[in-house]
Each structure stands twice: as C-alpha cells, then as structure tokens.
Design a protein around this ligand. Structure first.
Ligand code: MLC
Ligand code: AMP
Length: 504
C-alpha cells in the first residue's frame, strides 16, 4: 500500500464515472479513465523495458496525458522526472547526463532535437507524448491492456526527482519518496478541506511541485475534479471560474486578475478557496483581492525539497504578509544563521524544516545533501520569523535567488553564462521589483572593451544557453562593479541603484 498511486486510488470515488478532468476541448476524463489509462501507460513502460527505480525524464507540454503518464510511472515503480518546457538543449543535456534516465519523453515537434540531445547523453530511448493524443506513447497506450497490478514500493522508495538550481554550481535533483508526497497531499487535503465536490481550477505548469504535487495529488486524494487549462491566461481563467470551487496560483495570477475589470465579486461568489504560494504575496495584493472579491487568499509556503511547510488556516485568521502556521506533522524553527541557536519568537533568522514532507536528499550528491541539513532539519535558505501566535513570516532570503513569476532564477547560473561570452569581463545579476512578476532579472555587465553596449547581441547569445525565464530583462553596462574589501560584489548597492528598472 506504500505506492503513492495505491494511496491515492483508495480515495477515488466509488462511482468511477465521476469526472477527474475537464479539458479545454470539452472532453471529460473520468476516474475510470484515470485507472485504465494510467494502467496502460504502466504497461507501455514495462514493454519498453523501463524497470523499477529507473528514471523517466519528460519535457512535454501540459496535458492530461502527462498527468496520466505520471501516474503510470508511479504504478510501474519508475521515478518521474519532469523538466521545465522552457529549458534549452544545453540545459536538458545536463539533466540527462546527471539523471541517466532509461527513457526521455518529449513533445512530438521536439523529437529530432531531443533524439540528438538524448543520443549525446547516452539515453537509449526517446518517445513522444502529445496533447492531441498522437504521441508515440499515447498511441502505444491505446493498444495496451488497461489493467495493471501496481508494483509494491516501500514508503522510502523514490517516486520523483525534481531538479532545482543552486546558489553555486550545478542543479541538484531533489529525491522525493512515495511517503514524502503522500504525507503532504493528505495533510493539505485535510488542511484545506478538500472533498469530492471540489473542482480545482488548474492553470499552473505541471513540471513543478506546485502544479504537479500540490494541485494534482490533492485533487486525486480527494476524488475531486479539475479544470485543466494549458496555461494561465486571464480570458481562460475568467471563463472557467464560474465552474470551479478552488483555485491555486502564484502571486502573478492574482496580480493579473486584479488588473481585469471582469474579475469581481459576482464572478467568484461561489468559490470556496484561493491559494497562493511559490513566491511572496504582498500584503497590498492580499488586501486588494479581499476588497474586490470578498475572499482572503490563503497563502502557504513550500519548497521543491520539502513540499508544503506552512499554511494560513482554513478557519481562522489568514494574515496578509504571513505564510501561516506549520502544517500538522511539520516542524518549523528559526535559528541564528551563524551559530545555529534557536531564535526567540519575533526575531529573524534562518528557517529550518523537519517532517515526513522533507525529501531524502540530492541525487548522487551526498555531501551537498549533508551540507543542507542541520541537526536533522533542512536549511531552507529563507530568512523569517515566527510570531507569538505561531505564524511564520518570510522576510528575506539567505540564498542569492530571484523568484520571477514563481520561477526560480539563480544569479550564479546567469552570471556564469554571461561571463562565458567573449564580450563580457564580469557580471552581476540581481532581482529588482517587477509589478507583474514580483521580481525581474537585471544584469549589470562590465564589458571587455570600454564602450561596448550591444544588449541585443548578449541576449541573443544567452538565448541559446538559458531558458527564457532566466534571461535578463535588462542589461546595464558599467565600467566596474561595486566590491567590498574582500572583492565580493556588493549586490545591495546594485539593487538600490536599479530598483526602479521596471516600476515608475
Ligand atoms: C513567462 N516568461 C517569464 C516567466 N513566465 N519570464 C520570467 N519569469 C517567468 N515566470 C516569459 C515568456 O516566455 C515570455 O517571453 C515573456 O516572459 C512574457 O510572457 P507572459 O505571456 O507575460 O507570461 P506568461 O506566459 O503569461 O507566464 C507568466 C506566468 C507563468 C506567471 C503565468 O510564469 C507561470 O505560470 N508561472 C508559474 C510558475 C510555477 O508554477 N512555480 C511553482 C514552482 S514550485 P517572450 O520571449 O515572449 O518575451 C515552488 C515551490 C512552492 O516554488 O512553494 O510552490
Ligand atoms: P523552489 O525551489 O522552486 O521550490 O522554490 C522554493 C522557494 O520559493 C522557497 O525557498 C521560498 O524562497 C519561495 N517561496 C515559496 N512559497 C513562498 C511564499 N508563500 N512566500 C515567499 N516565498 C515563497
């Protein structure tokens, strides 16, 4: 029973004709379809020779088939490894070499390029999965048996690996077990009062914790339904809201809805919950949203490595600017970042997390894993405090990270890519306030030749190396970077200087 799929399917509705997903073309995918099509995918995986514990990497457009394929991987005992659709071939090359998947799945239009990338990385099999159902895996699944005995897995066995970049060097694969994912989704289901009557408006990407595990696993664990949108757009969300009961999003979703005159109290009078996470939701947006819609957004806090850690209460005060209380079973503490000593209530320090939600380590990086734990607690890299009532606030980051529209951008990675360009002597990448995305990426560049200022040339060169969301939205050329006595770039000075890059 430890296989996550079995724990989820035990909660599927007794009436298997009940809906799991409403698709944009009007198709309804039932729970009977979930069981049968995930079984078919598991059979296809087995036929392809994908064994228990093998990694299955996938970079494909959002579709219900990708979710059913994820469940097929769980059932077959394979480890699901989703990759951001924005990643370039160079980025994918790293993940494939590091994870050594038995199978790489891509969208059909990417097949030729993916065969080249996979071939270079020694990945033997490449298959396609597509929205229209024409991908090679989908075609094979249509012919496969719709029955499959889900393989036994121990709670500590891996269900998924999600790559996260780091403040230094290479991306790390966060290893998530069946127990990690199961404990978190059942905790959230209870905390947020999910039931089979819920219809979740799903506009998030499904290659991250938020859209994949929080949104999808909680829906499945409740026998609920989702309206599956390919991506967030105001038009599609305004159109779908009347049929939904819950929405989950990053703050940019709520910022954009507030900009839309169609978004008003009548449109959402029937909704029971709006959840926000992945990036800070400003107290101003929280208040404006409440005034406009009558709903207090429920903000929660999570990470790829830990799943969800804290949540504002379903009943009780949802306090703007806080991420709420530790979830049941999750231990959150704040310590002095230098000494590791616990901080008193109300004082700022490093947030650390322990509990069944916390991952089992970074793929093939035991030293990095050990370095990120302190007395059994995972060191989040987020700076925060816990008030006398137990509410957690995040007040900053101890890690050099920019969060842009809910996507993480590590300056070190962008700086490395810039510094490798022949025109660049050195660079510093910072995040500054952005009205839509929360933060926007600015690169401050010292050119090799004084007077060089061809921003387009650098951006074109970067576009081959970095996913679009990591590329600077502005490049500023300067003769020298401000440095302290140790030679370290003073990013605070740069952030102040360029604070108004995206706001009036
Ligand atoms: C899109 N672009 C982005 C971007 N999203 N650039 C920087 N940051 C982003 N987040 C690019 C597009 O490619 C496009 O490039 C340009 O910016 C303008 O795009 P847009 O049309 O305005 O954006 P849109 O496509 O609407 O996307 C914005 C968004 C999307 C906010 C809807 O980014 C999104 O769905 N974000 C959710 C991310 C998420 O799920 N995070 C969870 C991580 S898990 P061009 O070339 O056309 O100019 C996690 C743990 C936890 O953090 O706690 O949950
Ligand atoms: P990721 O590595 O993509 O999982 O991103 C995790 C990071 O997102 C956390 O370490 C936080 O910095 C940030 N984050 C997630 N939720 C919130 C939130 N509600 N408020 C502020 N930051 C958040």
């Amino acid at each position: 029973m430890s296989n996550l799929y079995n724990r989820l399917s035990a909660c599927f509705p007794a009436d298997a004709t009940r809906p799991f997903a409403y698709l944009p073309d009007g198709t309804v995918v039932s729970y009977a379809d979930v069981e049968e099509r995930s079984a078919a995918y598991a059979n296809v995986l087995r036929d392809l020779g994908v064994g228990i514990g093998d990694r299955v990497a996938i970079q494909a457009e959002k579709s219900v088939d990708m979710l059913l394929f994820y469940l097929g991987c769980l059932r077959a005992g394979a480890i699901f490894l989703p990759l951001n659709t924005a990643y370039t071939a160079g980025e994918i090359d790293y993940f494939l070499r590091d994870a050594e998947p038995a199978l790489f799945v891509c969208s059909a239009p990417q097949l030729d390029a993916s065969l080249r990338t996979a071939g270079a990385a020694n990945v033997a099999r490449v298959e396609t999965l597509d929205d229209g159902g024409e991908g090679s895996l989908t075609v094979a699944a249509r012919r496969a048996s719709a029955r499959f005995d889900t393989v036994a897995r121990a709670g500590q066995d891996l269900a998924a690996i999600l790559y996260t970049s780091g403040t230094t060097g290479r991306s790390k694969g966060a290893m998530l077990t069946h127990d990690n994912l199961a404990s978190n989704c059942f905790t959230l289901k209870d905390a947020w009062r999910f039931s089979a009557d819920d219809v979740l408006l799903h506009a998030l990407p499904i290659f991250h914790t938020h859209g994949l595990f929080v949104a999808t696993n909680v829906t499945l664990a409740s026998g609920a339904a989702m309206i599956l949108l390919p991506r967030f757009s105001n038009d599609a969300v305004v159109d779908a809201l009347p049929r939904a009961t819950v929405m989950m999003g990053v703050p940019t979703f709520y910022i954009r809805l507030l900009d839309d005159p169609r978004f008003n109290r009548d449109l959402v009078a029937h909704m029971r919950l709006f959840v926000s996470g992945s990036a800070p939701l400003s107290a101003d947006i929280h208040r404006s949203f409440r005034e406009r819609s009558g709903h207090a957004i429920l903000e929660r806090y999570g990470m790829t490595e830990t799943n969800m850690n804290t949540s504002n209460p379903y009943d009780g005060d949802r306090i703007a600017g806080t991420v709420g209380l530790p979830l049941p079973g999750v231990s959150v503490r704040v310590v002095d970042a230098e000494t590791g000593a616990p901080m008193p209530a109300g004082e700022v320090g490093m947030i650390e997390i322990a509990g069944p939600n916390v991952f089992s380590g970074y793929w093939r990086m035991p030293e990095k894993t050990a370095a990120e734990f302190h007395d059994g607690y995972f060191v989040s890299g987020d700076l925060g405090m816990i008030d006398a009532r137990g509410y957690v606030s995040i007040v900053g980051r101890g890690k050099d990270l920019i969060i842009c529209g809910g996507y993480n951008v590590y300056p070190a990675e962008v700086e490395t890519a810039l510094d490798e360009l022949p025109e660049v002597l050195e660079s510093a990448v910072i995040g500054v306030p952005h009205p839509d995305m929360g933060e926007g990426v600015v690169a401050v560049v010292v050119p090799k030749e004084a007077g060089f200022s061809d921003e387009d040339r650098l951006l074109r060169a970067l576009s081959e190396r970095l996913a679009r969301f990591k590329q600077p939205r502005r490049i500023v050329f300067v003769p020298a970077l401000p440095k302290n006595g140790m030679g370290k770039v003073q990013k605070t000075i740069l952030r102040d200087e360029h604070a108004k890059s995206f706001v009036a």
